[in-house]
Design a protein around this ligand. Sequence first.
Ligand code: S3P
Length: 442
Amino acid sequence: MLNSVSISNKINKFNCTINNISGDKSLSIRWALMASQAVGKSKAFNILNSEDVNSALMSLKKLGIKIKIKNNYCEIFGKGLSGFSYKKNTTINAGNSGTFARLIMGVLASSNNSVIIKGDKSLSSRDFGRVIKPLNLFGVKINSKKNKLPLKIKGNSFLRPIYYFEEKGSAQVKSCIMLSALNTFGETTIKCKKSRDHTEKLFKYLKLPIKICKNKNFEIIKIKGKKQYKGFDYKIPGDISSASFFIALTLLGNNSKILLKNINVNKSRTGILDILKKMNAKVKLKNKKIYNGESVADISISSANELKSINCPTNFNSRCIDEFLIIFLICAKAKGVSYFRNLKELRNKESDRLKISINFLKMIGIKVSSKSNNLKIYGNPNLKLKKSYLVKNFKKDHRVFMMSCVAALTLGGKWKILDKDSINSSFPKFLKILKNIGAKIN
Ligand code: S3P
């Protein structure tokens, strides 16, 4: 079968540096959206070249924005706040990208002409009620069936500022509201559970009127809208979510070492590193620097002799929301029982990642127990696989595919993993980099 990979050999010992983990997806999409609303030309270096980002750029083009793209370099010619120009009922296709689909709705809040947003099968099964609710309060009209895509959004130029309590800890919801607030006269207030803060950092970098008040569990964000800003240059660091597969490969591999260069290590994204440190892994950050307000560093990691289990604090959840699949795999080889709680949001990703993880761990012979979105993993440091394994029906979730490759390359057994093309959403170079460090993949 063409769109699948077969892996029958564990990866040999490696000691290498990877310079080209692809650009961060969250930052690439946010840069494109903010650049489309700036006045004049913006440039991005090391933008992620993937289907999700491409869906964002193609959609912005359809909304009347001029864009030039060459490999990892992109120029966007913004026309200022509410500067889109397009025909009524223009359809844009967000593909597989929940981030783009939800964030563009915030930008479209102030557009009088209606837009139809559609997505692929996986995105069309995901919840949009979470952004429809606050956007309705701003005064935006949205028609959808059961809060799913396709939907029709009709904004207006007289949005009213809102107060909103975002209690899911979703950066997509928070960012959608922030982008809508940017297009609204007056001050919008968001009380929110902590989640990745790239949009806040970009607003600050662009000197937009934003105030953030942090306490232990919540943050209060206040934004005054309608301030125009100029085009800006932006350098995008590597994506820690993509890097995490190589971190796990090294950790679970044999006597190996890796240095991953220029990775975004924003605190709101590095939950996986803190969890691994608690599990006894040798992880180090080197050569720390700042790119346009975002922390960047090289991550060095070595194979582990013995990993301890983890009792994961729930306030880590949003800091590693996209890394849970790979963290669970690491826990399968740790000594002792690992505990995770409040994983409901994992069910709302590109696939139901909680269900998929449970089935996957059981398939490789790991005992798990799960009750009401909590998970216990009974690790086995001596885990060695010999059977044949087939990974399929995972809604083409890119991260399920990549986690399965890491399992196959470190645990043994004969594997067939379907839907190879899924990696094009976030990390098209994944298999190529794996092969470069010695993985045998057919
Ligand atoms: C993202 C936020 C997270 C994450 C997604 C990217 C973002 O989603 O899972 O892959 O860029 O804001 P939620 O906001 O739904 O938690």
